[in-house]
Design a protein around this ligand. Structure first.
Ligand SMILES: C[S@@+](CC[C@H](N)C(=O)[O-])C[C@H]1O[C@@H](n2cnc3c(N)ncnc32)[C@H](O)[C@@H]1O
Length: 361
């Protein structure tokens, strides 16, 4: 059964607003091949979920810590998406709920924001923060937006936001290993129940695979030195913590080859995070699938934080006939925002509009 927006709105208001849609990862059989992950494919294939059945699960009763994440470029994003009362938006990266809150206040009272995140803690935190606002929650990868929409019986959306990467809440969480200045377990998964942890990768992949992964996803010219040092260390003792890996990398890189502005471990951590979460594959699949569900005139806004992401967004917005690129150059944070939120430094915002596709005949 297909519902109109207003039917959807009233149906959702009358049901349990604390329910959460949970969708397993996109079926990898139809996924786009991804070179560095494919290199470690024998390690990863067995853990991928193939069950696409969606279930609605009750929200957990935990009381989450308040978010410390500051939403990036809120004004340009709102100016691009122009949320109006009654519309339906998707925030594919709910995080601390900052952007969702801004959009939800504008689409209220009859519209909705559908907020997805892979991280159950982010969902708990946002559900607590956004109580009373018209938001539906889904624990899902944003490449599964079509399945979430199907589950909620929504056929088309008025706009979508993806704010890629990790949140300040995840960075501050000792248990996740995202910050190498805290000595937490080397996990790096957005959803700690899905796939392999970063420590499993560093302790099991071959030296060659590790070097390729660090080179491709971290763009680190020291990749071979780092992979060699990891393999030498793990022969003595497994590498289990973020601190142990960071220390090992710092010692392995000769002074002349150390990056000037960042910790020598930064790019390896980026590479491992991208690999364990299959971040680039998720983005590529999402870029292919989402436009089909956007109304003509709807906008997609994507914030990316490194060149591997930004290049994919730029190319999709340029080459997809369903999209009109509205940002020839990406939008960046202004000085006032940079002063208030240094995390905005590397952010690039690109926007595209869904357009009618000409009949090829
Ligand atoms: C930068 S934060 C978003 C912050 C949010 N916009 C706010 O204002 O608080 C990115 C969030 O996206 C989630 N995430 C990353 N990749 C994802 C994916 N492929 N699907 C769903 N969520 C994802 C992360 O778990 C993280 O919570």
């Amino acid at each position: 059964m297909i519902m109109t927006h207003s039917e959807f709105s009233s149906a959702k208001r009358s049901d349990d607003s604390t329910a959460r849609v949970s969708i397993p990862f996109f079926d990898p059989a139809s996924a786009i091949p991804d070179t560095a992950v494919a290199a470690g494919a024998e390690e990863e294939e067995s853990t991928k979920a193939s069950d696409r059945d969606a279930v609605v699960s009750a929200v957990s009763a935990t009381h989450a810590e308040p978010t410390v994440h500051i939403p990036i470029m809120p004004e340009p994003i709102l100016a691009a998406l122009v949320p109006q009362p009654g519309q339906i938006f998707v925030d594919g990266t709910l995080g601390g709920g900052g952007h969702t809150e801004l959009i939800a206040r504008r689409v209220a009272p009859n519209g909705w924001v559908i907020g997805l995140d892979r991280d159950p803690k982010a969902l708990d935190r946002s559900q607590q923060r956004l109580a009373g606002l018209p938001v539906r929650y889904a624990q899902a990868n944003f490449c599964n937006i079509p399945e979430v929409l199907e589950q909620l019986q929504v056929t088309q959306i008025d706009g979508v936001l993806l704010d890629l990467g990790l949140s300040s809440d995840q960075l501050a969480d000792r248990e996740r290993g995202f910050s190498f200045s805290m000595d937490g377990p080397l996990d790096l998964r957005f959803d700690p129940t899905e796939g392999k942890s970063a420590s499993q990768l560093v302790n099991r992949l071959s030296e060659e695979h590790l070097a390729d992964l660090i080179y491709q996803y971290g763009e680190d010219r020291n990749s071979r030195i780092i992979a060699r040092a990891i393999c030498a260390q793990r022969r003595l003792v497994p590498i289990e913590t973020a601190g142990a890996l960071a220390e090992l990398i710092r010692h392995a890189i000769p002074a002349a080859r150390r990056p000037k502005k960042i910790d020598p471990a930064t790019q390896t951590f980026q590479a491992l995070r991208i690999a364990v979460n299959e971040e680039l594959k998720s983005l590529e699949i999402a870029l292919q699938r989402i436009p089909e569900y956007m109304k003509i005139g709807a906008k997609i806004a994507i914030l990316s934080f490194h060149s591997l992401e930004d290049r994919r967004v730029k190319e999709a917005f340029r080459d997809d006939p369903r999209l009109k690129n509205l940002t020839k150059k990406p939008i960046v944070a202004d000085d006032a925002e940079l002063a208030a939120n240094p995390r905005a430094r590397s952010a690039k915002l690109r926007i595209a509009e869904r357009v009618e596709v000409e009949d090829p005949r």
